[in-house]
Design a protein around this ligand. Structure first.
Ligand SMILES: [Zn+2]
Length: 358
């Protein structure tokens, strides 16, 4: 016997979800209360960079100390494997009970990996909403000069202060929208892999992920710079997308061919754009391949003010075509509309022209 998704009943499945999500104006002031309420312990490691320390870290520090939680601060220059090893060293040396990542993504990735490896809880405090990693269990770390995606754990708590996020550069929020909208093609790739390869598929995770992308597309005209409501909308979508990944037990519902394109562009472009910006453009391209409403995706990105062309990404047309040709080589075990052999150069160029990316 199997479920409708094709998964055998006998196989157990665990879902790791955040226990507490605090989202809103001045949410950061509740950071100490959240950690105390969840009884995370008496000693914390706070990972930030010099900028995010000023923007939010100092407040988090004060709020934790107010609740008699001793805080060790660890400032990172970048999200490298060396930074992760150093952070792990501090967790061990100072006997930290949990770790907080305070920042746009890099501090969160380092704190997430270090806490996972040291088997202590992790709290995510994003200062920007530029990608869905702020709520997910995955982390992007630089290892030997290359960006790699690592498995870690889902944050036990997420504190999203919409005031701080609304004040971060608008480009970051627009990029976050691109990462959410990319769910639209990721779920199509997933269903294709299920049909063609009998890959495990969760209808619930896929439905939640797709709905999140669709709601954001419908609300595109409400996403504007320095508008706290916009930050609120994007944060809620990031949480929803993260929950979809938790239900799936993988990044499948939020990462498909459009993410492969973005990762390929990271390798090929001299100066890659932001992850979410590239994924947004990738969604336009891959939606065309799926025979779906690529123009609606493009219009939503344009309305938001996110890039839809190579020029807007700041990459060469040639680099986009090369990334399309090589996208299928990224994570080949993850089957998508790109298939096993990908696009020919001519087909890639035609795709990019038809969708007005080049
Ligand atoms: Zn992403």
């Amino acid at each position: 016997m199997a479920t409708l998704d094709g998964e055998p009943f006998s196989k157990s499945k665990s879902m790791e979800l955040p226990r507490s999500v605090v989202l809103g104006h001045d949410a950061i002031l509740e950071a100490g209360d959240v950690c105390a309420r969840l009884k995370l312990g008496r000693r914390a490691l706070l990972v930030a960079d010099t900028n995010t320390m000023k923007v939010a870290g100092e407040t988090v520090f004060a709020k934790l100390e107010e609740r008699k939680i001793h805080v060790e601060t660890f400032l990172i220059p970048d999200s490298t494997i060396e930074a992760v090893l150093d952070a792990r060293g501090v967790i061990r040396a100072k006997d930290c009970d949990f770790a907080l990542g305070v920042g746009g993504g890099k501090s969160i990735d380092v704190a997430k990996c270090a806490s996972y490896e040291e088997a202590v809880h992790f709290v995510s405090v994003p200062t920007a909403a530029s990608h869905d990693g702020v709520v997910s269990s995955r982390a992007t770390i630089t290892k030997g000069g290359e960006r790699v995606s690592l498995t870690a754990h889902t944050p036990i708590a997420v504190v999203m202060d919409t005031k701080i996020i609304a004040e971060s550069p608008y480009r970051l929020l627009a990029a976050g929208c691109g990462d959410i909208i990319s769910n639209a093609t990721a779920v199509r790739d997933w269903l294709l892999a299920h049909k063609l390869r009998n890959e495990f598929h969760s209808s619930y995770a896929a439905a939640l992920s797709e709905m999140t992308a669709n709601l954001l597309i419908q609300q595109a005209h409400h996403i504007k710079p320095r508008l706290e409501e916009s930050a609120w909308t994007v944060c809620k979508a990031l949480v929803s997308s993260g929950v979809a990944m938790s239900i799936a037990g993988s990044s499948r519902p939020a990462s498909g061919s459009e993410h492969k394109f973005s990762h390929a562009l990271d390798r090929i472009a001299k100066k890659p754009a932001l992850h979410g910006e590239q994924c947004g453009v990738g969604t336009v391209l891959m939606m065309f391949l799926h025979g779906g409403p690529w123009e609606a995706i493009r219009n939503a990105l344009l309305t938001i003010g996110a890039p839809t062309t190579a020029h807007a990404l700041g990459v060469a047309d040639e680099e986009v075509v090369e990334a399309l040709v090589h996208a299928h080589e990224i994570a080949p075990e993850r089957y998508t509309v790109l298939g096993d052999s990908g696009l020919t150069y001519e087909a890639a160029e035609r795709l990019a022209r038809t969708t007005k990316v080049i």
